[in-house]
Design a protein. Structure first.
Length: 131
């Protein structure tokens, strides 16, 4: 049974396409991958003078895929990077939100989050999508 579940989960992950979204009322549009990386690695917090709040998902598989494909880091590299930032007092790490909290938080313009494209809602717009 575990093997079948693992295979199904693996097939789902292969079909998942991660996109970065924001509220449709946000002034943010089409953000390059490098800027998404800078935001999620706390190197910048503004895009064209717009303060951006990045949201992390508590979905481990989605977060791992985001780290690997968008940030070009393993999850352990990402965690190590943030541990250094937190230890030196430069930045607090963002709290990972479950799906319901993520949906609520995306009601605020200029908040961004990574999701599976299949979960896209009408009140959001895609600002980054891998080709």
């Amino acid at each position: 049974m575990k093997i079948i579940f693992s295979l199904l989960l693996g097939m789902h992950l292969l079909n998942a396409q991660i996109v970065v979204v924001t509220n449709k009322n946000s002034q943010l549009n089409n953000i390059p991958k490098e800027i998404i990386q800078y935001i999620y690695l706390a190197k910048i917090d503004k895009i064209e003078s717009i303060k951006v709040e990045p949201i992390l998902s508590d979905d481990k598989n989605l977060h791992n895929e985001f780290c690997n494909h968008i940030l070009s880091k393993s999850e352990s590299q990402y965690n190590s990077y943030w541990a250094r930032l937190v230890f030196t007092g430069r930045k607090p790490i963002s709290k990972r939100l479950d799906w319901q909290d993520l949906v609520k938080k995306l009601q605020v313009p200029n908040t961004i989050a990574y999701i599976d494209k299949n979960d896209l809602r009408n009140e959001w717009k895609i600002i980054y999508e891998e080709n």
